[in-house]
Write a protein that binds this ligand. Structure first.
Ligand code: BGC
Length: 761
């Protein structure tokens, strides 16, 4: 029995990790030609209405991610499916349900064109990985790719063939709730993660039954929503657009992502859904992107309240002309576009271009060969909540944890003879760790910290909930209600803490407090949690604070007083086990922050790659320099920060500048594990271009490597800087490398101080 089990798990690992591409380059070229011919042949048979139909994406169920549209009703949708007026559906899920809608499209419509079935597989489908921001804290590209692979495998067995991920929006503002869904503040790290996620979802062969089309979203600048308020304007300069916002999208496009999604925001006054500049000029022309662009949920209609279109007809005209190829649940294309073409306002060639792109993806997915490819009941039964996924998401969860502080080696906890007080409503929560995007997952399926820690039997574990943090039940659609008045549970928690050797407090945000529509103007611990922390600390200062949150929090008091702080985000299904493994030292943490943690909310937006300013320091002892009078201008925890149970030392930095001869600058240094334990370090390399025609940031990440070293061991680490790393985009969008003086820095976070100079001639 045991052997069979092991063999099956190994087989799974092989399938997950080694999805080998069996097609040669020549075969792939042949397939492309073949697909193009098939697309043309099909297109030539389509009526205008059928073309518009391919550009129409309907939601399957109500109330899932947006307001139910006035016109929405199932009967209409079924009728449109039969007429071939639906190109894709979202949130229809499960092999049986998908088969039902697919069957109507394929067997009852005139041309039988199969549907794309989209779903927000953001950090897993049923088995959940850590939220994307947390995964990004691992800086482990292979693990991130594997996590997307696992998600694609589970979702594709349930009928899904298209995910609305990865979200590659860079954001510097923790007030914006959607930072949980991205890779943080840095375009270099964000680009590599975008690529890893696209590869994970799409694999090497999109037509395999366990790979799905990915979608880079939200194009573009959604992460720069003013004041962190969701759906707001984004007013940014071209330098920020080209150097910060666009790189992860470009990386996704270069990785072969099949689709893009536009967004709800404006960019410098134009709703991006209607932006030809972004969708036609940059994406489709400059980057040669040959997939399609889907609107965000009714974002075409939203051009009306934005004041950019006077009615639906004009909204449809603007969006189609601007290169939005598919209308998500907006009913605008289906109602307006055919007439616009007949009236000569929108050219039919615009429709042809959109439909070609959409059909191409359907052919590449293999849907014309077998529209039911993703609807196999046996596969669904076998692969839903598969045991191998739990190992994978546990591994990812451990890698995502960041040790922010660990004074006097309070962590790891001793395994025997201790009395541990575990305190906090969130410690016993099996729902919150599932995060925000968990539509397909079953509620309360996360391992809680209480469960995770209970499996360590050598200590006495006393749990006390303390006051409730949240009132009632929370959901994807509603605001989370916070308890700010009911203090019951305080006294018991304090007594439990007093009687313990060490107190573990699990505090933070509910999984539904970050995500879409979850902007906050406070980045503190919600409700009575700060008060509880301070009261507990008074009776027992041996506190380990475990944070659960979907965004950087402002925890200045905790950082000053609490000896050990573990950033554990929302870690998904295996959350509690991962946290317990780290607390007890069975896993040595190696995560590093992908976003700066502010001291207080007034510092937002805060990011490491900021600019020097004309008055960077206090020269004359007066107030006239760029600073705040009430708080330091530096973050509480910088980008890239994260400790280990061992320590690392950086030395011997050397720069070999051969840029003039072969356009390369080589950087090497020694990394040594100076502690007593084996551990992993994300060695980071930053540069500064000292003088630029456009000012350059104080530091820019341009390389990193995740390195595991035995205690006492060292390694020579090498990086090569080329044009790509040394150049930047001008305000005209031109990529240039300028001669002059540079600095290179290496270290374990963005404060990296070991530095060398070099000059590009
Ligand atoms: C979100 C998208 C998501 C879509 C479909 C929208 O509200 O902004 O990110 O993919 O809904 O659920």
């Amino acid at each position: 029995m045991k052997t069979i089990k092991i063999t099956r798990v190994c087989a799974v690992a092989v399938i997950l990790l080694c999805l080998v591409n069996t097609k040669t380059h020549a075969q792939m070229e042949e397939t492309k030609v073949d697909i193009n011919q098939k697309v043309e042949s099909l297109l030539s048979q389509m009526t205008i209405e059928e073309k518009v139909g391919q550009m129409n994406l309907y939601n399957g169920f109500w109330d899932v991610t947006g307001p139910a549209p006035e016109e929405g009703n199932a009967a209409l949708k079924y009728d449109h499916l039969k007429k071939g007026w639906v190109g894709a559906m979202l949130t229809v899920r499960g092999a049986e349900e998908v088969r039902k809608v697919q069957r109507i499209a394929v067997e009852e419509s005139r041309l039988g064109i199969p549907l794309l079935i989209g779903f927000d597989v953001i950090h897993g489908y049923k088995t959940l990985s850590p939220i994307p921001l947390a995964e990004s804290a691992s800086w482990d590209l292979q693990a991130i790719e594997k996590s997307a692979r696992v998600a694609a495998t589970e979702a594709s067995a349930s009928g899904i063939n298209w995910t609305f991920a990865p979200m590659v929006d860079i954001s510097r503002d923790a007030r914006w709730g959607r930072v949980m869904e991205g890779a943080g503040e840095d375009p270099y790290l964000g680009s590599l993660i975008a690529k890893a996620r696209v590869n994970g979802f799409q694999g090497d062969d999109l037509s395999a039954h366990n790979t799905i089309a990915a979608c880079a979203k939200h194009f573009a600048a959604y992460g720069f929503a003013e004041a962190g308020r969701d759906y707001n304007v984004a007013d940014i300069g071209n330098g920020t657009l080209y150097n910060t916002v666009l790189p992860p999208f470009k990386a996704a496009s270069e990785a072969g992502v099949k689709t893009f999604m536009n967004s709800f925001n404006t960019l410098n006054g134009v709703p991006v859904t209607g932006s030809s500049f972004l969708q036609r000029d940059i994406l489709k022309r400059d980057w040669n992107f040959d997939g399609f662009v889907v609107s965000d949920w009714a974002s075409i209609n939203e051009m009306i309240p934005w004041g950019h279109a006077k009615d639906k007809r004009q909204a449809a005209q603007i969006a189609a002309n601007a290169g939005s190829d598919m209308d998500m649940e907006g009913y605008v294309y289906i109602q307006e576009l055919a007439q616009l073409v007949k009236d000569g306002v929108v050219k039919e060639s615009i429709l042809d271009d959109a439909v070609r792109r959409i059909l191409k993806v359907k052919f590449e997915l293999g849907l014309f060969e077998d529209p039911y490819r993703y609807c196999d009941d046996d596969r669904e039964k076998e692969w839903t909540y598969h045991e191998s996924y739990r190992e994978a998401v546990l591994d990812m969860a451990k890698k995502s944890i960041v040790l922010l502080k660990n004074d006097n080696h309070l962590l790891p906890l001793k395994k025997n003879g201790q009395t541990i007080a575990l305190i906090g409503d969130l410690a016993d929560d099996k729902s919150s760790p599932l995060g925000s995007w968990r539509i397909a997952s079953d509620d309360d399926t996360a391992v809680s910290v209480l469960e995770g820690m209970s499996s360590y039997k050598g200590n006495t574990l006393n749990f006390s909930r303390g006051p409730e943090v949240f009132e009632g039940t929370s959901s994807f659609l509603q605001e989370v209600k916070i308890n700010t008045t009911d203090t019951s549970g305080f006294d018991e928690a304090i007594a439990t803490a007093k009687a313990a050797d060490v107190v573990v407090m699990v505090l933070g945000e509910h999984g539904f407090q970050s995500g879409e529509g979850r902007s906050r103007t406070n980045l503190d611990l919600p409700g009575l949690q700060q008060e509880l922390l301070e009261e507990v600390y008074k009776v027992n200062p041996n506190v380990v604070l475990v944070l659960n949150n979907g965004r950087p929090l402002a925890i200045e008091w905790a950082s000053e007083h609490i000896p050990a702080i573990v950033e554990a985000w929302h870690l998904g299904t295996e959350s509690g086990n991962a946290i317990a493994n780290v607390l007890y030292g069975d896993y040595n943490p190696s995560g590093k922050l992908p976003m700066s943690f502010p001291r207080n909310v007034g510092q937002a937006p805060i990011y490491y790659n900021n600019y020097p300013t004309g008055r960077p320091t206090d020269k004359d002892g007066n107030v006239f320099w760029s600073h705040y009078t009430d708080v330091e201008k530096t973050p509480l925890y910088p980008f890239g920060h994260g400790l280990s149970y061992t320590t690392f030392e950086y030395s011997n930095l050397k720069v070999t500048n051969t840029y003039k001869e072969n356009q390369e600058v080589k950087v090497s240094f020694t990394l040594k594990n100076t502690g007593a334990l084996k551990g992993k370090e994300v060695a980071q390399l930053y540069i500064r271009d000292l003088v630029g025609s456009v000012i350059r940031p104080l530091k820019e990440l341009k390389g990193f490597e995740l390195i595991e070293l035995e205690a006492g061991a060292s390694k020579t680490v090498e990086f090569v800087l080329t044009k790509k790393e040394l150049g930047f985009y001008t305000n005209q969008g031109e990529f240039v490398v300028e001669s002059g003086d540079f600095k290179v820095f290496v270290g374990g976070d963005s404060n990296a101080e070991l530095e060398q100079d070099f000059t590009l001639e």
